[in-house]
Design a protein around this ligand. Sequence first.
Ligand SMILES: [Zn+2]
Length: 69
Amino acid sequence: MKRKRKALKGLGPKYGTSVRKRYTKALSTLRARRQCPRCGSYRFKRVAIGIWECEKCGYKVAGAAYTIS
Ligand SMILES: [Zn+2]
């Protein structure tokens, strides 16, 4: 059985592939820099689950847990 495996920290093989994929995607979106839709500043960050706030202009938006769409 040939299968490429990517070692992922934090999640063991007991989780399914889809869960791991989602986990990786969530992590990468969390790390990605976000741009404020109002002032364009990159100091836009998640202050709580589902809430994003711009440190520059104070713009607050409710979005998904890991990303804004
Ligand atoms: Zn802003």
